[in-house]
Design a protein. Structure first.
Length: 557
């Protein structure tokens, strides 16, 4: 936590965590003001977690969430009112501190000179020039000209964004590219299953973002507020405008923790955990290690989600641990899934069912988690079987692993780029936008009906790069995506069912069956997951080395 002082009564900072409360208290603050909505980032604690930690330290906490890029006059007035009601000094925070600094600047417009506001925020490290421009324009950011312009702009510096930038640079080293992403840390999210299973340490799954942005690519550390594709413009959260000739959109998806009533109040405690958050995956392993008897529930929400196999991977690894410790027969395992099948590609189901039987796990289909009471150790599910009225059932638990509902990010869903379901609307073969010819998308956020996995993004990035280069040369798309995705299903420590498939459930193995039969659990697949895929990710995919990812050419007619 690095607080930036604005006045004697107000400081701002980027994201804080519950463990920061002691330092915040010792720094003399008496209250915290949260300006970041829950669920913006994968490593973001909920406001309830922060508020509880603040209360334990005798600090007041207030929640004034403001969507990135949507700072209104009403938000500024509410910020000013909060400062009068909270005991000072107050620490206001958001993702980077920019929203909080913007709120403070707007709230002070009538009490301080413009020069004074700009000098104060500049000294704290925040450029408010965009706010000045917005005020001059009567509250609307002008996009007829940009604060910066690039040949290619990439929104999102996750797996897809960095890989796409690296693949483009490999093809056209002099290309002017900018990546827009506010995060300081980049995560290898496929590794979180292994953290929750006690195989990886958390630090193995993270790197600083700055160390991964390809050489020669500009990094704009900000959040996107809005798209104006008719003007080839992107509005950032501090009201700056970035113009582009071509755009790649790949910000990932949003984990909607708040969609389950009571979930955010109990995450990370009361036996409720999730490998879908960096800071909670170690808690999963802690729970698995300590459990000797009782009921363990593993949940899966309606599709689409990141890696459809992840909710059951944690079940298998947990059950294998209990089996090895000799306590499995005292633990009731229940897999509650909102869908009607164990896995969407039928070829892999027989091998998975063998492990379901081995671990004596109950399969409860069409069970969607809707509420949880952590202290009472109770969960409620809506059971929506076909042609049957929805029934709500209650289940007790001692441990529960939750896979949260997932949607496209808010700024995508409300943008002109989105389809009716909220995803970036692309042609599923070329990954080009169906309306805007200079826009492409890849990764979890786009609309193609493929599995949302890092393996899919690994294949998609070179395809997008090839097609953008072809477009720059005045040609038609030259590469096509077949829907490839991979899900290494960790059925026990040391063995994996390596599901590889494309559109329509077509099996798309990377290796000859004699070397690795993906429909069966193998040690070779485990070796691939544990030893090979992390370096392929860090040293291959993110560096533009397209190992096992050569783009498939579009056949000539």
């Amino acid at each position: 936590m690095k607080a930036k002082t604005l006045t004697s009564g107000v400081s701002v900072s980027g994201q804080i965590v519950p463990a920061d409360m002691r330092a915040i208290k010792d720094a003399g603050f008496r209250a915290i003001l949260c300006n970041r909505p829950d669920g913006e980032g994968p490593d973001q604690p909920t406001f309830q977690e922060i508020a509880k930690a603040a209360q334990n330290m005798g600090l007041e906490a207030s929640y004034l969430p403001v969507t990135a890029g949507k700072v209104t006059d009403e938000d500024a007035a509410a910020f000013a009112q909060a400062l009068t009601e909270l005991p000072g000094p107050v620490l206001a925070f958001c993702g980077t501190g920019m929203r909080s600094a913007t709120l403070w600047s707007l709230s002070q417009a009538r009490q301080r000179s413009l020069a004074g506001i700009l000098a104060t925020t500049k000294a704290a490290g925040y450029d408010m020039a965009g706010v000045v421009r917005r005020i001059v324009n009567g509250g609307k950011t002008s996009t007829d000209r940009g604060d910066a312009s690039f040949e290619v702009v990439i929104v999102g510096a996750g797996a897809g964004g960095i890989a796409a930038a690296a693949s483009l640079k490999a093809r056209k080293p002099d290309l002017e590219i900018a990546i827009i992403d506010p995060a300081d840390i980049h995560y290898y999210q496929p590794g979180w299953t292994m953290v929750g299973g006690g195989i990886f340490e958390p630090h193995q799954t993270s790197r600083t973002m700055g160390s991964l942005i390809p050489r020669g690519v500009h990094w704009i550390q900000a959040a996107v507020a809005a798209f104006e594709p008719e003007n080839n413009a992107i509005v950032l959260d501090e009201c700056r405008v970035v113009k582009y000739t071509r755009l790649i959109v790949c910000p990932g998806l949003k984990l909607d923790w708040n969609k389950v009533d009571g979930l955010v109040d109990t995450l990370g405690q009361n036996g409720v955990t999730s490998n879908y958050r960096y800071d909670l995956a170690p808690y999963t392993w802690k729970l698995v290690q300590s459990m000797k008897e009782g009921r363990a529930i593993f949940t899966q929400p309606p599709m689409p989600i990141k890696c459809a196999g992840a909710p059951q991977k944690v079940m298998y690894l947990s059950a294998d641990t209990w089996h090895r410790r000799g306590v499995l027969n005292r633990i009731d395992i229940e897999f509650n899934t909102a869908v009607g099948v164990l896995f969407g590609v039928k070829d892999y189901v027989p091998a998975l069912m063998e492990y379901v039987k081995k671990y004596d796990a109950g399969l409860n289909f069409f069970h969607n988690l809707v509420a949880v009471d952590g202290p009472a150790k109770k969960a409620w599910f809506d059971v929506a079987k076909p042609d049957t009225p929805v029934e709500r059932v209650e289940m007790d638990f001692d441990m529960m692993h939750v896979c949260p509902p997932q949607t496209a990010p808010d700024f995508i869903r409300v943008s002109p780029l989105a389809d009716a379901a909220g995803w970036v609307d692309v042609d599923q073969a070329t990954l080009r936008h169906t309306t805007y010819d200079n826009v492409w998308s890849l990764g979890d956020v786009m609309s193609a009906p493929n599995a949302k996995t890092a393996a899919a993004a690994r294949i998609q990035a070179p395809i997008v790069a090839e097609n953008i280069v072809a477009d720059m040369r005045g040609g038609a798309p030259v590469a096509q995506y077949n829907g490839y995705g991979s899900c290494p299903l960790t059925v026990e420590r040391g063995k994996i069912v390596l599901a590889e498939f494309g559109y329509g459930g077509a099996i798309l193995p990377s290796f000859p069956k004699v070397l690795l039969d993906g429909t069966k659990p193998t040690r070779a697949a485990w070796f691939l997951k544990e030893r090979m895929l992390p370096p392929v990710y860090w040293k291959g995919m993110l560096k533009g080395r397209e190992w096992l990812a050569k783009p498939e050419k579009i056949a000539a007619e």
